[in-house]
Design a protein around this ligand. Structure first.
Ligand code: ADP
Length: 373
């Protein structure tokens, strides 16, 4: 059978739980039915599912969803297995095998480990398996995590070069203002680009169960757009929502994106979203345009100052004189050597030494660089 679309579907906790905060079997069944329909039609599907804490807190002995981090992580360690067991069982009843991938943000800091996860996901998808991805909630730390599953899903979509990201929530899509507070809020059905107006509409975070709210969904959309991936945002409770979303006929919000010259390639995605950064290079006032607009390699004579310690090959933040990050990329020289070269009496040969090669950096205009360290 030919492959139709490669799709990443993200579902939030609030769309998998009952009113009391426990996992709802009916909601899980509905999702599995729809994903099985997509598989039957020849699509490849990665599921990014929250819900580990919700599936485990009762068995931990808590009467309600816990608030403290150690209790949440303990609940997740019980719930993640139970959740996957339920999904596996449901998918098998449709003739499909599911797999579990738990990711830590630190797994992606190293480019070769990032590529490893990519290779694994590709093998699973090519063999017709349904990978179920979640952040490793039990081990992740607040200092170093993906933040929420919306951005994790967008990054996974970029990782597998998906055709579409589908975010299922408890709301029909993006409204022009928060619909839980404003009765006259109107659904926005098509968003060709993320403007200030769209960001303002998304406001702050939403329900007590989810961690992200609409703001984190817009962040996720921006990451998907930088990767040339369209996103659909819609209500998980609607009949056949996933199937209709992939068929481009669902009611909700479509954020359209096309692959273009500025779409990030895999290396650029890793630099922009996963690499972290070790130090800073501050440019001379007139050097910004050459890098951002002309995309030329960064040379020694354009550097004003170097902050922090980094090795040759590290990813470093490039700042303008107003302390704004304008790019991020891989350096060819360590901070120690760079400091020494800057102090040396300048001769022309050293001056034009390339410090960051064309193609080894991503400018801030291309992508929302969301992960600093
Ligand atoms: P999930 O758990 O599915 O990830 P969240 O609860 O985190 O979802 O986010 C969805 C919530 O965001 C909605 O229920 C709504 O309360 C809130 N929200 C805020 N602004 C908007 C908006 N402009 N359009 C839609 N929902 C919004």
């Amino acid at each position: 059978m030919s492959i139709e679309k490669r799709v990443v579907i993200k579902i939030g906790s609030s769309s998998l739980t009952s009113r009391h905060g426990e996992i709802s079997k009916i909601k899980l069944e509905k999702l599995a039915n729809e994903i099985a329909q997509l598989k039957d039609a020849g699509h490849e599907v990665v599921l990014v599912s929250s819900g580990a804490v919700a599936a485990g807190y009762r068995k931990l002995g808590c009467l309600k969803r816990p608030d403290s981090l150690p209790e949440k992580q303990a609940a997740a360690s019980i719930g993640q297995g139970l959740l996957i067991e339920s999904y596996s069982h449901l998918f098998l009843s449709h003739g499909y095998v599911a797999s579990q991938i738990l990711i830590l943000r630190s797994d992606f800091l190293d480019e070769s480990r990032y590529q490893n996860v990519r290779n694994t996901l590709n093998v699973l998808l090519e063999r017709g398996i349904i990978p179920i991805v979640n952040e490793n909630d039990t081990l992740s730390t607040e200092r170093l995590n993906f933040g929420d599953n919306d951005t994790l899903a967008a990054k996974v979509a970029g990782l597998v070069d998906a055709d579409q990201l589908v975010i299922l929530s408890d709301i029909d899509g993006l409204y022009d203002k928060n619909p839980t507070m404003h009765k006259d809020a109107k659904l926005i059905e098509n968003v060709p680009e993320i403007t200030d107006k769209i960001e303002n509409a998304a406001g702050g975070s939403g329900s007590s169960l989810g961690t992200g709210g609409m703001k984190s969904k817009i962040e996720a959309v921006k990451i998907a757009m930088a990767s040339g991936i369209s996103t659909f945002l819609g209500n998980a409770n609607k009949e056949n929502i996933s199937v209709d979303a992939v068929g481009d006929r669902a009611v909700g919000t479509y954020f359209n994106s096309k692959k273009s010259e500025t779409t990030l390639n895999q290396k650029e995605k890793w630099i922009a979203f996963h690499s972290g950064s070790k130090g800073e290079i501050i440019l001379n006032p007139h050097a910004t345009d050459r890098m951002v607009i002309k995309r030329k390699s960064l040379r020694l004579k354009e550097i004003h100052q170097v902050n922090g310690r980094f090795e040759n090959g590290a990813v470093v933040r490039v700042m303008d004189t107003n302390d704004e990050e304008i790019a991020r990329g891989v350096v060819k020289v360590s901070s120690e050597d760079l400091q020494r070269m800057l102090q040396d009496e300048k001769d022309q040969a050293i001056d034009s030494t390339v410090i960051m090669e064309m193609g080894d950096f991503v400018c801030h205009l291309d992508a929302p660089i969301t992960v600093g360290m």
